[in-house]
Design a binder for this molecule. Structure first.
Ligand SMILES: [Zn+2]
Length: 446
C-alpha cells in the first residue's frame, strides 16, 4: 500500500510519514509502533503510529527500528579509493603509515573529490547523516553538501613546524579556512606529534577566535607517547630525515604523558574531540573528561592497523560520553558505522563491562554522542525531536523479544533500509529478499 515516506495526495503535500515496529528517539524512551511526520525538512510530529493526526493519513508500519540519523564522528572520505591499503593487515601505526604514505603520494589529486562523494554516499546508505569529515586536500571539500549529507568539514593542518608555519604555512591555512564553504567548517590539527607545539597552540587560538570546532588524533600510536616524553622519533618515521626538524625531537621531549602534553598546548577543551584515544592511562582519560574533550572510537580501523583495543569499557565506566567513527577505507573494511558499534559492544563485554545499559549507550554513542562531540544542536542532531531537523534512518532488523536498541546495535550493520537527511530521502531500499513490511500482531491492534 505504501512505502517509506509516502507523500500524501491530500492535506499538506510536503508531509511524509515514517512508521516502524519501533521508534527510538534516543533522547526519549523507545516507542513501539512509532511514527514520525516530516514537513519541510523538520519533524512536525512524533508518537505512536495509532495517534498520527488524521490529516497525514494512516501510516503503514514497516519492519525494524527507526533511529536518529547516525553521526560518524571520525572520517576521511577522500581516502575512499584506498581499498588496497585498508585490505592489508599491519603490525602497528608506523607500518601502516609507511604504506599509506606511498599510496597517498601516488594519487591523482583529481580523484579526491569523486572519492569523497563516493564515501559520503556509502555512509548515507548505511544510515549516517552527519559526518565529522577531515579534509586534507582542498579538492576533497564539498562532498557532504553535494550528496545531501550534513556535518563539519575539519580542514587539516599536518607536518607544520615552527619554521614552515611562519614561512607561509599559517597564511596558506588561513586562506583555505576563509575560502568558500558548503558546510560548517572546523579545524583539524592532525596530531600533537605531526605539528610543532606552537603551531597547535596557534591553531587553537584561530579556532577560538572564530568559534570553530576542533578534531584531532590522539593516542593512536603505541610509540607516540615516547615522542612527547623523551623525543623518541619512531612515530615520525614517515617524515624521513625531516623528523629531526620537529621541536619535540630537537629538545628530547617534554617528560609528560600524551594527554598532558596535548593539554599544555591548549588542544583539549570543550570545543575539541579526539579520535582513537587508545594509549591513554586512567589519569590521562580523567584529564580528557575534566576538559570536556570527547573521544571518537574507531575499533575496526584500530584492528586493521594492528593497534591495541581502545579501552571502551573504561571510558564507559569512568563516565565518558563517547562517540564512534569508521575512520577511512584506508584502514577500515567499510564506512558502515553500525559495524563499528557492534565491534565496540563486543569489546566492551570482553573488557568486562557488565552494565545492562550497554546497547542503549552504544546506540547513543553512534547518534547523540557524536552530535555532542561535534557541538551540534542536540535538540535535532543525534536525537529525534519535534521541531528538529528530520535526520533519521530505519534499520530492517528483526526485533523479536529484544530491546529495539539491542536489535539495531547487534544486527544493524548492512541493514539500513532508509536514510532521510533534512527531510529528503537519500537512501531507500533493502535486501531484495526481505519482507520489509512488519505485520502488526493481533494483540497490538488498538
Ligand atoms: Zn583518522
Amino acid at each position: 500500500m505504501t512505502s517509506d515516506g509516502q507523500r500524501r495526495g491530500e492535506g499538506d503535500l510536503t508531509a511524509a510519514v515514517y512508521a516502524a515496529e519501533w521508534l527510538v528517539p534516543v533522547s526519549a524512551p523507545p516507542i513501539q509502533h512509532g511514527a514520525v511526520v516530516v514537513q519541510e525538512g523538520c519533524i512536525a510530529w512524533m508518537g505512536r503510529a495509532a495517534d498520527v493526526p488524521a490529516e497525514f493519513g494512516v501510516p503503514v508500519i514497516e519492519r525494524g527500528v527507526i533511529v536518529p540519523g547516525l553521526v560518524n564522528a571520525h572520517t576521511h572520505l577522500q581516502y575512499t579509493g584506498f581499498l588496497d591499503v585498508g585490505a592489508q593487515r599491519y603490525d602497528g601505526f608506523e607500518h601502516w603509515s609507511d604504506v599509506f604514505g606511498e599510496a597517498y603520494d601516488a594519487v591523482d589529486p583529481a580523484s579526491w573529490a569523486p572519492a569523497a562523494r563516493r564515501g559520503a554516499r556509502m555512509g548515507l546508505q548505511s544510515g549516517t547523516t552527519v559526518f565529522a569529515e577531515i579534509v586534507t586536500d582542498h579538492p576533497a571539500r564539498g562532498a557532504l553538501a553535494e550528496t545531501g549529507a550534513g556535518g563539519i568539514e575539519y580542514l587539516e593542518s599536518i607536518a607544520e613546524r615552527n619554521d614552515t608555519w611562519a614561512a607561509g604555512g599559517r597564511d596558506g591555512f588561513l586562506a583555505w579556512l576563509e575560502g568558500p564553504a558548503s558546510v560548517r567548517v572546523g579545524i583539524s590539527p592532525h596530531a600533537p606529534y605531526s605539528l610543532d607545539g606552537s603551531v597547535i597552540t596557534d591553531l587553537m587560538r584561530i579556532a577560538a577566535e572564530r568559534g570553530l570546532r576542533v578534531h584531532s588524533h590522539l593516542g593512536e600510536s603505541a610509540v607516540e607517547a615516547d615522542l612527547y616524553r623523551h623525543g623518541d622519533d619512531r612515530v615520525l618515521g614517515p617524515y624521513g630525515d625531516l623528523r629531526d626538524e620537529f621541536e619535540l625531537v630537537r629538545i628530547g621531549g617534554t617528560g609528560v604523558a600524551t594527554a598532558e602534553y596535548a593539554d599544555g598546548l591548549g588542544l583539549l577543551g570543550p570545543a575539541t574531540h579526539v579520535a582513537h584515544a587508545i594509549y591513554l592511562d586512567r589519569a590521562e582519560r580523567d584529564l580528557l573528561r575534566a576538559r570536556d574533550t570527547q573521544v571518537a572510537l574507531c575499533p575496526r580501523s584500530n584492528a586493521v592497523i594492528g593497534l591495541d583495543d581502545a579501552p571502551v569499557a573504561a571510558y564507559l565506566t569512568e563516565g565518558h560520553e563517547i562517540s564512534v567513527g569508521t575512520d577511512s577505507l584506508a584502514s577500515s573494511p567499510s564506512l558502515d558505522l553500525m559495524a563499528d558499534v557492534r565491534e565496540l559492544t563486543r569489546l566492551a563485554r570482553a573488557q568486562g563491562y557488565r552494565g545492562d545499559d550497554l546497547h542503549e549507550r552504544m546506540l547513543r554513542a553512534a547518534t547523540l554522542g557524536g552530535a555532542i562531540a561535534m557541538g551540534l544542536d542536540t535538540s535535532g542532531y543525534g536525537a529525534l525531536a519535534v521541531g528538529g531537523p528530520a535526520d533519521l534512518a530505519r534499520f530492517d532488523v528483526v526485533v523479536g523479544e529484544r530491546d529495539p536498541r539491542e536489535a539495531v546495535v547487534v544486527d544493524g550493520a548492512g541493514r539500513c533500509a532508509l536514510t532521510v537527511c533534512a527531510g529528503i530521502v537519500r537512501h531507500s531500499g533493502s535486501r531484495p529478499d526481505a519482507d520489509r513490511t512488519y505485520r502488526r500482531p493481533a494483540a497490538a491492534r488498538g
